[in-house]
Design a binder for this molecule. Sequence first.
Ligand code: MN
Ligand code: MN
Length: 321
Amino acid sequence: MIYHVKELQFDARVSGPDPRFARLLLEQFGGANGELKAAMQYFTQAFTCRKPYPDKYDMLMDIAMEEFSHLEIVGATITMLLSGVNGELKNATEDADLRNLVQANKQKEHIAHTSAHFLVHSGGGPMVTDSMGNPWNGFFVNANGDLTVDLRSNIAAESRAKITYEYLMQFTDDPHVKESLGFLMTREIAHMNMFTAALADIRPNFPPGILQGDPRATHTYFNLSDGHDVRGPWNQGQGPWPQGQEWTYVENPVQQVRATQGQKRQPVTGGERSPDELKRMSKELAEMRAKQIKTAVPTSGEQSWSDYPNPDKPEPAGLRR
Ligand code: MN
Ligand code: MN
């Protein structure tokens, strides 16, 4: 259940109306990297996470609710930055001619040119669009039912939200608005660290899923561009593997493809790993993960999402609700 408290998480204020910045700020309301996307992403991911990882479920739901709180701060700020617009529109019924109002008011004339949708669509409040008026879309939400995949998506989402706030802060001089954006940006940094810590807490967490990669291709770097080639820790020396395993740099990929008959005759390079060993690892991991999920989630019969104490059945000691 969700419960609303009529105060903002952060005491958001504005120094005065600024419809131009209100429009830019819509990016964080209904944009691809905005607060609604973050809230819906963590909320959606939480469903499949709940039984196998109750600890991470708690975190996902807490952060989802915080993102809804950020959405509320952004919506409140947009509305304050548009203050006057809504009231003037309501006046129009008495005045009958909105065009006169628009012409009479320099500020509204400006809105009519730059952000007409605030006048003719939302009536002075936020809209569920980005700053260009593109509607919010459920495809912004990444939820793949594998927590290591989802947490990586979340680290990426927080990075994008952080940089969007940083860009936005360059387009307002209002110290109150800057203060709110600074808080929102800082919370995204905090979330990034939470998701990173949660990912590190799942072991193993790489590669995502169960299946190990084909050892003939996992350590290979293909030099697929002509010109100045650069070598670095992403294509030479010890890679992110146990000691003795390293990157294999394929200088001439065309030659390599022909010589290996399209990889079919490619031997394992970059250190000893047998396909049988990797198959065994995949199988072990599959059994471990399947067991985690199966022991947590009933596969048939009656189910309930919430657990209420059953007076006929004594509760196990130490169970906290
Ligand atoms: Mn946020
Ligand atoms: Mn966040």
